[in-house]
Design a protein around this ligand. Sequence first.
Ligand SMILES: [Zn+2]
Length: 173
Amino acid sequence: MEDRVRKLKESLGIPPDQYPVDIVGIASALGVKVYDAEFHNPNISGMVITDRKRVPKWVTPGERATIFVAKGEYPPRKAFTIAHELGHVVLGHVGGEGLRTDLFRGQGLPYDPQAEREANLFAAALLMPEEPFRQVWEAFAGRGIHYVAALFGVSVNAAAVRARELGLEVPLF
Ligand SMILES: [Zn+2]
């Protein structure tokens, strides 16, 4: 996944080690538009639609996919949700109906643990590039995960999961 994300960024002319990542800009460069939405179901954090027939009429035509993200989420959570939904598009998870809905904590409907895990790995690699993340972690983890998370524009939880995946020692927080 690291390689895949690195190549994707290179193809877009984005330095792979740059952070914090402009996730809406990356989505846009990939032909994916992002909108804030108020979902009827308060447990939904995000949704991605590729089937034009299912997209609301006010959405600009000509996009490859449309991502809706819960308006009320705080920015680091939103960034991860957008990156996760973008992962579903890039990794080809959006199925025949062209719609995928994600609940908080990344559970898809219908629940598909493999695809959810891949989308989460994609999002983590996209928002927290391995090399700078390792460097920042080694240099600043002593100040608290909050500090590292803020530098990458992600939640404390996302930073801790990423650190564990990279085999870094995660202090209790
Ligand atoms: Zn998902």
